[in-house]
Design a protein around this ligand. Structure first.
Ligand SMILES: [Zn+2]
Length: 134
């Protein structure tokens, strides 16, 4: 089954919306929000592509997004309430946004990292074939 690789932009956009970067299958690797399966439902691409440390890249993306949202929320809260700092409101909104981005962004960071991985190391012919029927 020969399949042309999608463009870099298309793969990245698919990753950002929690789809398989290779075939575009929605929720391709996810059984639930946090639980994954080994292969994509659409193209049978192996989730971690036999790469040790795959999760580290995904976690780095999630860490940057979560940390960035924490800092942005904190700065916006301080700037908008200056000079009478609304400490409790700023902290509550900062914690809320940070938790939301961390949890909501978890699977997206994985599919985005898969897109980055696919951009750097395109799919080889053997990766899609010979997948066991599930
Ligand atoms: Zn796929």
């Amino acid at each position: 089954m020969a399949q042309n690789s999608p463009s870099v932009l298309r793969m990245f956009c698919r990753g950002l919306i929690r789809r398989c970067a290779h075939c575009g299958e929605p929720g391709a690797f996810f059984i639930s929000w946090f639980k994954t399966q080994d292969r994509c439902r659409g193209c049978k691409l192996l989730w971690q592509r036999n790469m040790q440390g795959f999760a580290l890249g995904a976690l780095a993306i999630n860490f940057v997004l979560t940390g960035g949202s924490l800092i942005a929320t904190l700065v916006i809260g301080v700037v908008t309430s200056y000079p009478d700092l609304a400490i409790v409101q700023v902290l509550v909104s900062t914690v809320g946004v940070t938790l939301f981005v961390g949890i909501f962004g978890f699977p997206i960071s994985y599919t985005t990292w898969l897109a980055v991985d696919l951009i750097m190391r395109p799919v080889e012919s053997g990766e899609l074939a010979n997948s066991p029927t599930e």
